[in-house]
Design a protein around this ligand. Structure first.
Ligand SMILES: *[C@@H]1O[C@H](CO)[C@@H](O)[C@H](O)[C@H]1NC(C)=O
Ligand SMILES: *[C@@H]1O[C@H](CO)[C@@H](O)[C@H](O)[C@H]1NC(C)=O
Ligand SMILES: *[C@@H]1O[C@H](CO)[C@@H](O)[C@H](O)[C@H]1NC(C)=O
Ligand SMILES: *[C@@H]1O[C@H](CO)[C@@H](O)[C@H](O)[C@H]1NC(C)=O
Ligand SMILES: *[C@@H]1O[C@H](CO)[C@@H](O)[C@H](O)[C@H]1NC(C)=O
Length: 679
């Protein structure tokens, strides 16, 4: 039965995949370029914007000495997804682009070298790519397939060895030696004319038929018509050459003495949207695994079914044994034997180390549970996380019991569960549930992790953290502050649900044990960027300072940037909060979203989170939203907070009243159903 079900599931998801083909194209259209659109492009080499054009090489008539031996690239700032690695239909994104070029030269300048429309893995121009290299390659790397570039060159100077005479266009793959060239002498186009002439170019690529066509016409107003016949037509599977996520843009170069201007006056681009949608996550599995899986399953159907059922039984046995064992012990959590934990962690071996916190090191442990339950007779293996406290002295013991008394009474699906403890020979250990997906920090920054943390997961994680904080601050019978909220303390279960861990710093509030100073850790132990400004004065953690830490985590998760690292932006370095706040003021808060997400995120959700992150980062503690409101906002039941355009000034002691009603610029953050600054 199980098998039949799986086959049907895979099969039906496979069907929906083909039915989903009509995709929306992503479009942009620039009718001119000025400094206002600077941030939409990536520049490298000698490129710039000079109204009304993108200038790939310098644009000046009077200082012609500045023109020779230059090369530059300008790429649209976001890459586009051109193909999906697990797509059996082998679809490549179709695209249409059109642009207007101007390669003016003075009469006395010999024309050169040329300009190219470029698809590339990045915007970085190779060294010494001036002259014949067109800003595409250089002597060393020309022809190297790892260049991953495809370009259409508009070459105004022919290289005798491989170019046709005179002006020509060409299809270039990883090299300036074109795969196909089309001389322009017949068409009457003078690419770099010594007179005022602009050209319109259209490049159409069909991702199904893999046909690429280039059209060209003189750009003469009032209307420019696309010719009926392409100048160049070639079949090319882009998937064989360019990266799955590639940038679109232009490159150009000048030589010596051959010089010209290399300008783009207008640019339109439409690219098929190949993004895997929410419901396509399953589709990808359906396609990638599905087809072979159907065959395999058909072949060994019943056998697999049995194994599958057996496995399931074993998994649930393991669970019941663990629970059974725990239940039999008086008072959960249970006490573990030190030697069992030592064995489980391979004598606290470095290779078992999961992480390090303020109070100790956390190891992965494998516990071999003996079968006490004779009815199953199965011995189970359970993975756990073992925290070994580093300070085996009295203070350590206090930390340990503080953590134990709090944790063992806390029950929430977004908190890491404590399974047990051990206290022998002065050694303090806590045993937690093992979180197979590790920490949020690892998922955000580990470069060995190829897959960028998905937007859906990011949102879900923040929702979980908000709900855990809400529980700690309000729902638990005593108020608990976590006081060390940061990405490394947020763990992920197998389904990417957030679990707040490391209550090493948590204290029960009414115990008045919430001071940082008293921990003798040399002041504030929290990590830079997560600690609320008032904490540096009070040394005390409060629910409000937890909210500040949460705000930092929100900004971090959305932007993919550590709060402790400053963001370089227009010749200055900003803290993460200040940077996001500035983008908010300039009406472009969306630019703070992690670039590694490309366009795979929900714009409204991202803006909501960023504004919430700013609201929580309010320098004045009483102005930060509280966890019930946060939870409502994050789950979409309350409107996005209204955030003032300028970050309010931090004052100590807090002087909220002095800038509350009179000065609107510094008005406090309020929940409002009215217009939002951003949309
Ligand atoms: C090109 O970009 C790279 C990487 O961002 C940078 O190191 C280099 O300085 C840039 N070169 C020029 C000339 O802008
Ligand atoms: C490109 O243009 C063709 C013909 O005008 C059109 O059918 C196709 O949908 C366009 N593709 C994209 C990605 O815009
Ligand atoms: C070509 O570019 C690569 C990458 O920028 C560089 O390492 C190499 O030195 C360059 N070759 C020459 C001859 O400049
Ligand atoms: C154009 O150039 C090609 C190759 O360089 C040559 O074969 C052809 O005769 C030229 N046509 C004209 C009209 O000059
Ligand atoms: C070419 O473009 C430039 C810049 O937009 C413009 O000033 C010029 O008039 C155009 N020339 C023609 C012939 O359209």
């Amino acid at each position: 039965m199980v098998i039949v079900y799986i086959v049907i599931l895979l099969h039906s998801s496979f069907k929906t995949a083909s039915a989903q083909s009509p995709k929306k194209a992503k479009v942009f259209a620039y009718d001119m370029f000025d400094e206002g659109v600077h941030s939409s492009f990536l520049f490298n080499g000698s490129s710039s914007i000079d109204f009304p054009a993108l200038q790939l090489t310098p644009d000046t008539y009077n200082e012609a000495f500045k023109l020779p031996r230059k090369s530059g690239r300008i790429m649209y700032k976001h890459p586009f997804r051109l193909w999906l690695s697990d797509d059996i239909e082998n679809d490549v994104a179709s695209f249409n682009t059109s642009f207007v070029i101007n390669n003016y030269r003075m009469k006395e300048w010999p024309a050169g070298e040329g300009l190219a429309f470029l698809i590339a893995p990045d915007h970085i121009i190779p060294e010494n790519s001036y002259g014949q290299w067109l800003g595409l390659t250089n002597e060393t790397i020309d022809g190297d397939p790892t260049n991953h570039i495809v370009a259409i060159e508009f070459d105004s100077k022919s290289q005798e060895e491989f170019d046709p005479d005179g002006d020509h266009i060409g299809l270039n793959i990883n090299s300036i030696k074109s795969k196909t060239t089309v001389p322009l002498n017949d068409s009457g186009f003078d690419l770099a004319p010594d007179m005022d002439a602009n050209y319109s170019v259209w490049i159409d690529y069909n991702g199904k038929s893999k046909v690429l066509e280039v059209y060209m016409a003189r750009y003469v107003l009032p209307s420019v018509e696309k010719p009926s016949k392409p100048l160049l037509k070639e079949t090319i599977n882009l998937k064989d050459h360019v990266k799955d996520k590639s940038y679109f843009g232009f490159a150009a170069s000048t030589g010596d003495p051959d010089i010209q201007l290399n300008c783009i006056l207008k640019w339109n681009l439409e690219v098929d949207d190949l993004r895997p949608r929410k419901d396509m996550k399953r589709l990808n599995i359906g396609i990638g695994v599905g087809v072979p899986a159907i065959l395999v399953l058909a072949l060994c159907g019943l056998k697999l079914g049995l194994v599958y059922l057996k496995k399931r039984k074993r998994a649930s046995d393991e669970e019941s044994i663990l629970h059974g064992t725990l239940k039999r012990l008086p008072g959960i959590p249970r006490e573990f034997k030190y030697r069992d934990l030592k064995k489980a962690t391979n004598n606290f071996n470095e290779s078992m180390k999961l992480g390090q916190g303020g109070f100790g090191v956390v190891y992965r442990g494998i516990l071999h549970e003996k079968a006490n339950d004779t009815s199953t007779g199965v011995a189970a293996t359970v993975q756990v996380a073992v925290k070994k406290f580093s300070r085996d002295n009295v203070h350590g013991k206090d930390d340990f019991f503080a953590e134990l008394t709090i944790i063992h009474r806390l029950r929430h699906k977004h908190l890491v569960r404590l399974l047990g403890w051990s206290h022998e020979k002065g050694k303090l250990l806590l045993v937690y549930e093992f979180m197979p997906n590790g920490s949020l920090e690892k998922h955000l920054y580990d470069s060995s992790n190829q897959n960028t943390l998905h937007w859906r997961h990011r949102y879900k994680i923040l929702t979980g953290v908000a709900s855990a904080l809400h529980y700690l601050h309000n729902e638990f019978d005593q108020k608990v502050v976590h006081r060390d909220l940061k990405a490394s303390n947020i763990l992920l279960d197998s389904d990417y649900n957030a679990r707040l861990g490391d209550f090493g710093l948590a204290r029960v509030l009414d115990n008045d044990r919430n001071s940082y100073a008293e921990l003798e850790l040399g002041g504030v132990p929290g990590t830079m960027g997560y600690v609320a400004p008032e904490c540096f004065h009070t040394g005390k953690a409060t629910p409000e300072s937890d909210v500040y830490g949460f705000g930092a985590v929100v900004l971090e998760v959305v932007s993919g940037r550590t709060p402790g690292v400053r963001v370089p932006y227009e010749q200055q370095n900003y803290s993460l909060v200040d940077w996001v706040w500035m983008l908010h003021r300039e009406g472009r808060i969306q630019e703070a979203v992690d670039e590694r997400l490309y366009d795979d995120y929900d714009v409204d959700e991202a803006k909501r989170l960023l504004l919430l992150g700013l609201a929580c980062s309010h320098p004045t503690d009483s102005e930060r939203p509280q966890t019930p409101a946060i939870y409502q906002i994050i789950s979409g039941n309350s409107p996005t907070p209204c955030v003032p355009p300028f970050k309010p000034v931090f004052t100590w002691p807090s002087m909220v009243s002095t800038f509350s009603s009179s000065d609107t610029t510094f008005s406090s953050i309020t929940l409002s159903s009215g217009a939002q600054g951003e949309n």
